[in-house]
Design a protein around this ligand. Structure first.
Ligand code: SF4
Ligand code: SF4
Length: 161
């Protein structure tokens, strides 16, 4: 994973301006940033952030190492475009590469992380889960559109090499 992240950072330094010159990408980044904030606000209001904090303090960790393999180049580039500083090494042994002692460092997260509901969280009730999923729907839609757009720009750049 260290090597993958290093390669992505290198690609970002070359392609950053090309991405940001694209109006559609800038607009999608704005909308994704707002959607991520709305999802987080909802998680705070529903008590999920507190539940996870308590759970982590008890020594539990649901951010397994294998999940990092679900993260491809596009979403990591999107995180860099959102101002996230990707780590150069794993902070927590045997856990996901993007986990830190204070939680996940990523802003844009894959559906597997956004949609994850453990039994402890399911206790907030069906109505609240539906409310959260509706709000997260916008985040996932913006992420999908951005991944498509970033991927298309990268493929085009490859053909012009
Ligand atoms: S999602 Fe569930 S298992 Fe993971 S930290 Fe939160 S409460 Fe714990
Ligand atoms: S939420 Fe973040 S730290 Fe946890 S598994 Fe997903 S990417 Fe990794």
């Amino acid at each position: 994973m260290e090597q993958k992240v290093q390669n992505i950072k290198r690609r970002f330094s070359v392609m950053r301006d090309l991405f940001l010159q694209n109006e559609e990408i800038r607009e999608l980044l704005d909308r994704l940033g707002s959607a991520i904030k709305a999802s987080h606000r909802c998680m705070v209001e529903l008590g999920i952030v507190d539940i996870c904090r308590e759970c982590a303090a008890e020594g539990n960790c649901c951010c397994r190492k294998w999940v990092e393999n679900e993260y491809g180049e596009e979403i990591l580039l999107i995180n860099l475009l959102l101002g996230v500083e990707l780590p150069s090494r794993r902070a927590i042994p045997d856990a996901c590469f993007f986990l830190t002692p204070t939680g996940c460092m990523l802003k844009a997260r894959e559906v597997i992380c956004v949609d994850f509901l453990c039994d402890r969280i399911k206790k907030i009730g069906h109505k609240n889960i539906v409310k959260l999923q509706n709000i997260e729907g916008e985040e996932l839609e913006m992420l999908f559109l951005l991944e498509e757009k970033i991927g298309a720009i990268m493929r085009l750049a490859e053909t012009r090499k």
